[in-house]
Design a protein around this ligand. Structure first.
Ligand code: KMH
Ligand code: ZN
Length: 279
């Protein structure tokens, strides 16, 4: 099996300090957190940022500051969010792409998101995808519902491939969308057409109580894992995690027991067929 790519979604848009006292919020806090996670075995950081009041923002300058703080400390792959937070406009959400990140998230459909609706209509999705392709930013397809896979395939057919390979993230357990049952994950993995599978990598995210079941399934199926305070704030039920790195370290231990080593950022670049990082 390939080495394990661990992606940390360490900040998110919805998680608060009240829910998770160790949530990194300021650019320096995010930089320190990303470095600790990389040290623990993570190779990708899915990046959201917050404004001075701690509210989610897609402001390019705040992203630039956070990226700078991360880069001072680690060569972890930085994947900026284009999901942002509920209610943001497409133009707001697109801003971090101007910084030419190595990767960016792309949700290929609209869906329920707890009490809200995460809005991604066809025009928005096509605009985001084309912008990523033009700029050479690798999308991570964030799949909250099965039809979003078909929609990603439509994008590839209409606008060309997303790079040398397609990278998928199956997000399971958001209230209002698919839960993290084994049959759901196997169905999603099997939904990647056979001719694209060898040019695909996939990870999966278990939200809240689905974190550990989905992680174990990913390890069993040879996939990769995403975790962090955007997705789950607890170490055990009712016990907040001591930091994102603590969640990384647990998965590294489990993977090693399974005979699978975590990928370093450069190894993850090779697996994902991203350009080598120039130090
Ligand atoms: N905050 C959610 C509405 C992404 O980063 O691309 C969407 C989200 C997905 O976080
Ligand atoms: Zn996100």
């Amino acid at each position: 099996m390939e080495k394990l790519i661990i992606t940390v979604a360490g900040v998110g848009a919805e998680t608060t300090r009240e829910q998770q006292p160790n949530l990194p919020v300021t650019p320096p806090e995010i930089g320190v957190d990303a470095a600790r996670c990389a040290e623990a075995g993570a190779s990708v950081f899915h990046l959201h940022v917050r404004d001075a009041a701690g509210a989610p923002t897609q402001d390019k300058e705040v992203f630039a500051a956070a990226i700078d703080e991360i880069r001072k400390r680690t060569d972890i792959i930085i994947q900026t969010s284009t999901g942002g937070a509920m209610g943001m406009t497409a133009d707001e959400r697109l801003q971090p792409l101007e910084l030419d990140p190595e990767m960016a998230s792309l949700t290929t459909g609209t869906g329920n998101f707890g009490p809200d609706v995460f809005f991604n209509d066809q025009e928005l999705i096509e605009t985001f995808y084309r912008r990523m392709i033009e700029k050479g930013v690798r999308p991570e397809f964030e799949i909250f519902e099965a039809g979003q896979i078909d929609n990603a395939l439509r994008l590839m057919k209409k606008f060309g491939p997303p790079g040398p390979l397609a990278h998928w993230d199956f997000v399971l357990g958001v209230p209002g969308t698919m839960m993290g049952e084994p049959r759901t994950l196997t169905f999603l993995v099997d939904s990647i057409p056979a001719n694209l599978r060898e040019r695909s990598t996939w990870t999966c995210t278990g939200i809240g109580r689905w974190h550990m079941p989905v992680t174990m399934m990913a390890l069993a199926l040879g996939g990769n894992v995403r975790l962090g305070f955007e997705d789950n704030v607890f170490y055990h039920k009712g016990v907040p995690a001591g930091g994102n790195a603590q969640l990384v370290a647990r998965v590294v231990r489990l993977a090693r027991e399974w005979g699978r080593e975590p990928a370093t950022p450069d190894e993850a670049r090779r697996i994902l067929k991203l350009a080598p990082h120039d130090k």
